[in-house]
Design a protein around this ligand. Structure first.
Ligand SMILES: O=C1CCCN[C@@H]1CCCn1cnc2cc(F)c(F)cc2c1=O
Ligand SMILES: [Mg+2]
Length: 511
């Protein structure tokens, strides 16, 4: 097997493509561009995320549903106002067999237009509220931009939650509860830190009222990345689709319900790969690793008799059972015809968090030797301690991976109060926190003002786009606001703006 042929620091986009291919996460669907096959190693991660998230939304009272794949032109008409911007991304079916359909149907790019006519039918009284459905499915958006596995695909797996509430406050409470679950997927499962915040008017979902988001950071190219979104739709969609109830407090009056919609997709896997991977390949956080520990026999030289070898492998098998009974997802690699070194490379490429070697020398001392995938640190563990030491070591690996990524994000999230410091900060692979007026025209101008041909080292981002000389976009208005912004006094940092700053706003080059 050949490992990764380029270094992450030198050629990030090719490094990423090789990792997702050689770690057997993805296969390119060469028949049609922009589509990818997700293999068992990917589906294990996605299913772990799904179980974790599903358990928690069920506890909130969210029920599961499955709506049709297609939506009609008629129902799309209802959300015409904001869909027209998305029209180029819609995939249409116009024929069945060799016959034209009377009216063409669109493959869902998201399911508001599919679901909400039925919300109007099912939600009639305040007793029907809160109304909460979620579906796990795939959606199609015919992206014009260069696609890349997990990060930008024309079809991707996600969950889309769609809920209805009596008041803005009740809707708002759920928006934040779900956002916190999204942060949990990143921080507790994927060991990826995220900043929680609200999107600006320019970056929010145009059909909604406000959008909250978890924003990631990719150290390799200093770019921000949107991790998942939880929108409050206000009454915009309930007015479009006539989803209303009798006002419980005013006889004969009607009340449009307050709605939310929230989504997290397989993009999360791409973020994890980009942040934790290294030049040997994938590095998996233990909590989402299909194989947490791989056992490899070593030192089985020709000098050993068949009986000795058999006895040794028997002990190794006992160690394997001990680990499994301690709840560790462990396997052994007994493949003949491959050297231990070959096996080490293979499992490092696939990101297995902990390698355990067991040879005659170890056996003689009743220990195993281990090597951590994240730091390469090696050591020994007494066989008698395995059931406590290995789970603890896996948890240490999980925590260390998070802490390292968190330190990198914090070190590259710079608070800036002088405009001339912005572009140099971006060119040094930072995202920035600046006092901002939060207005759309100003944001647009800032994007133009911050295009640079500064040297950023990494030549291409994973989506194959040009080196990040693009201007900076707003990523979010962090809920956690730094000190130092005096309302009514501090100015927006854009020198051409002149308005007062409303909030610290995080900006960066982004996916
Ligand atoms: O982002 C989410 C979470 C899950 C439910 N949906 C919301 C908003 C989706 C925003 N969006 C995003 N992309 C779209 C692409 C299209 F082609 C199209 F017709 C519509 C949309 C579109 O509405
Ligand atoms: Mg899009």
């Amino acid at each position: 097997i050949i490992g990764i042929t380029v270094s992450k620091a030198e050629n990030f986009s090719q490094w990423y493509q090789e990792v997702v291919l050689k770690a057997e996460l993805i296969e390119y669907y060469t028949e049609i561009s922009g589509f990818f096959v997700m293999r068992p190693n990917t589906m294990y991660i996605w299913n772990t995320i799904k179980k974790w998230f599903q358990e928690r939304i069920e506890a909130m009272g969210v029920e599961e549903t499955s709506f049709p794949l297609f939506l009609s032109e008629k129902s799309l008409e209802k959300e015409k106002s904001h869909v027209e911007g998305f029209a180029p991304e819609l995939a249409w079916v116009t024929m069945a067999g060799d016959k034209n359909l009377d009216t063409r149907v669109a493959v869902r790019p998201t399911s508001e237009a599919v679901m909400y006519p039925y919300y109007a039918k099912w939600i009639r009284s305040h007793r029907d509220l809160p109304f909460r459905l979620n579906q796990w499915n795939s959606v199609v958006r015919w992206e014009a931009k260069q696609t890349t596995p997990f990060l930008r695909a024309r079809e991707f797996l996600w969950q889309e939650g769609h809920t209805a509430h009596l008041t803005e406050e009740l809707a708002g409470k759920e928006v934040l509860e779900i956002l916190e679950l999204y942060a949990g997927v990143y921080e507790q499962l994927l060991a990826v830190p995220v900043v929680r915040g609200r999107k600006t008017e320019a970056e929010k979902f145009a059909g909604g009222y406000y959008t909250t988001t978890v924003e990631g950071y990719i150290p390799s190219n200093g770019r921000g990345i949107q991790g998942a979104t939880s929108h409050c739709l206000g009454q915009n969609f309930s007015k479009m689709f006539e989803i209303k109830i009798e006002d419980p407090n005013k006889k004969g009056e009607h009340l449009y319900v307050w709605q939310n919609s929230w989504g997290l997709s397989t993009r999360v896997i791409g973020v994890m790969v980009m942040i934790h991977g290294d030049d040997k390949g994938l590095v998996l956080p233990p909590r989402i690793a299909k194989i947490q520990s791989i056992l490899i026999p070593v030192g089985l030289t020709a000098k050993m008799t068949a009986e000795e070898k058999e006895a040794h492998l028997k002990r190794l098998d006992e160690i394997l059972s001990t680990l499994k009974s301690a709840g560790v997802r462990a396997e052994s690699d007994l493949r003949d015809g491959y050297t231990p070194a070959w096996k080490f490379n293979d499992w490092e490429l696939k990101g297995v968090p902990l390698r355990i070697e067991f040879g005659p020398k170890d056996a003689a001392k009743d220990v195993v030797s281990y090597a951590r995938r994240d730091t390469g640190e090696k050591g020994t563990i007494p066989i008698a301690d395995l059931t406590t030491a290995v789970p603890a070591l896996l948890e240490t690996i999980q925590k260390d991976m998070y802490d390292r990524a968190d330190a990198a994000y914090r070190a590259h999230r710079l608070q800036i109060t002088k405009w001339e410091d912005v572009v140099p900060a971006l060119d040094a692979k930072n995202v920035v926190l600046i006092p901002h007026c939060l207005t759309e025209p100003c944001e647009k101008r800032i994007k133009e003002l911050t295009v640079s041909d500064g040297d950023q080292g990494a030549d291409k981002a994973p989506d194959g786009q040009k080196a990040p000389s693009m201007g900076m976009k707003s990523l979010c208005i962090p809920f956690e606001q730094p000190e130092g912004l005096v309302q009514g006094e501090t100015k927006c940092l854009n020198p051409e703006c002149g308005k007062l700053a409303e909030k610290w706003c995080m900006f960066g080059r982004s996916y």
